[in-house]
Design a protein around this ligand. Sequence first.
Ligand SMILES: Cc1cc2nc3c(=O)[nH]c(=O)nc-3n(C[C@H](O)[C@H](O)[C@H](O)COP(=O)(O)O)c2cc1C
Length: 157
Amino acid sequence: MSRPVIILYATASGNTEELATEAASRLTGLGLDSSVRSVEEVSPGDLAQESLVLMFASTWGEGLPPPDAEEFTEQLAEETLDLGGLRFAVFALGSSAYAEFCGYGILLDALLAARGAERILPCAKSDVKFRRAFEEWWQEVSPRLVALAEADGPDDE
Ligand SMILES: Cc1cc2nc3c(=O)[nH]c(=O)nc-3n(C[C@H](O)[C@H](O)[C@H](O)COP(=O)(O)O)c2cc1C
């Protein structure tokens, strides 16, 4: 048994949800358990029980979270939250037509690190044609996830 990977997405028009679902299906193919949730359905405190998280986050307004992610982001900014047992990677979607390119994904990455979580990879930033960036990122992140999920598995405790 390996640790499950929690896959979260923050979206306004569905792109990050699509990638999150695809990531879950690819992890199944690699023999890892995962679950996909909108950040609207979880609170950052829930992540304290987890060990591996992938986050797909788009940016709206001018560098803002999608509306559904506002509460999650406010809670993640609370300094009392300790996510010291968590490893994470953020895949940020945005458009370079905006000054705050991928601003929300960058903020999310910084907040998770500020709460003590450890990056698996630096925050990935993708433009409107995000498929190619996703494929490149997947080549890097998936072998790391497999190694971490198996090394951290409950049978090893
Ligand atoms: C009204 C509007 C505002 C946006 N603002 C930003 C922004 O400030 N920075 C950025 O990088 N991308 C911005 N984007 C681009 C979106 O983040 C991008 O289209 C993304 O793929 C949407 O993903 P989603 O469908 O998961 O929400 C904006 C798009 C729209 C339509």
